[in-house]
Design a protein around this ligand. Structure first.
Ligand SMILES: Cc1cc2nc3c(=O)[nH]c(=O)nc-3n(C[C@H](O)[C@H](O)[C@H](O)COP(=O)(O)O)c2cc1C
Length: 199
């Protein structure tokens, strides 16, 4: 299937088929795919927590607002976290890079201050989400990105030493009666003329 066809098929699933769970082999494949995500200067300021344990998932679901049911009915919840300590990040992730990349970090990122640097680090984690969602649909899996989580509560529930949860994603198989499935609820997007310019 072409990437365009996959893009039309992928959607933020609201209702999962609780009887059809993602397999262990698929989970292992997704772990390797997410590890290969690209990031600016290969900075990799992230951690990905794969939650399949029912009790932990339930605890997280209770801290996920409108996403609670969806998390409880799906086999896999992935939590995307960012490194918290910039000094540690620089020592572990930046100092090991080629000289030119370190200069890039110092001049284009660090020189703009801590708030800019943290936001830049978070951008890298968000990029991995797009990569992950595309990977899921390429494997025939449905997924839901979720910013609707209580980040502080997630941090208390999960062992996240030095990392702060940003958002999560569920992965499984959609229920055929999901009312927002693209076959019954067409994708809403701006027209190409409004968002794409060709010069
Ligand atoms: C970063 C991000 C966070 C999102 N958070 C949630 C969420 O918490 N719950 C939810 O049901 N959908 C969430 N969505 C799904 C969006 O609402 C959805 O992608 C958008 O409406 C476009 O629909 P589509 O993905 O089905 O094409 C999120 C999407 C993104 C990219």
């Amino acid at each position: 299937m072409s990437f365009l066809d996959l893009a039309k098929r992928r959607y933020a699933t609201k209702k999962y088929n609780a009887a059809k769970k993602i397999s262990v082999a698929q989970i292992e494949e997704l772990k390797e795919i997410i590890r290969l995500s690209p990031s600016s200067i290969n900075s990799q300021p992230w951690k990905f927590t794969f939650v399949t344990d029912g009790a932990v998932k339930k605890e997280l679901a209770a801290q996920s607002y409108m996403n609670e049911n969806s998390i409880n009915n799906v086999g896999l919840l992935v939590v995307f976290s960012v490194m918290e300590d910039i000094k540690h990040f620089e020592k572990r992730n930046i100092a090991v890079l080629p000289e030119g990349w370190i200069s890039y970090y110092e001049q284009m990122v660090k020189s703009n201050g801590d708030a800019f640097t943290k936001s830049w680090m978070e951008n890298q984690v968000y990029l991995s989400l797009g990569y992950f969602l595309s990977a899921c649909i390429s494997m025939g899996l449905d997924a839901t990105p979720m910013e609707g989580i209580n980040r502080k509560a997630y941090q208390q529930i999960l062992p996240q030493d030095g990392y702060s949860p940003l958002f999560a994603a569920t992965v499984g198989y959609a229920d055929i009666n999901d009312t927002v499935h693209p076959t019954v609820f067409p994708k809403l997007r701006f027209e190409p003329s409004e968002i794409i310019e060709s010069i």
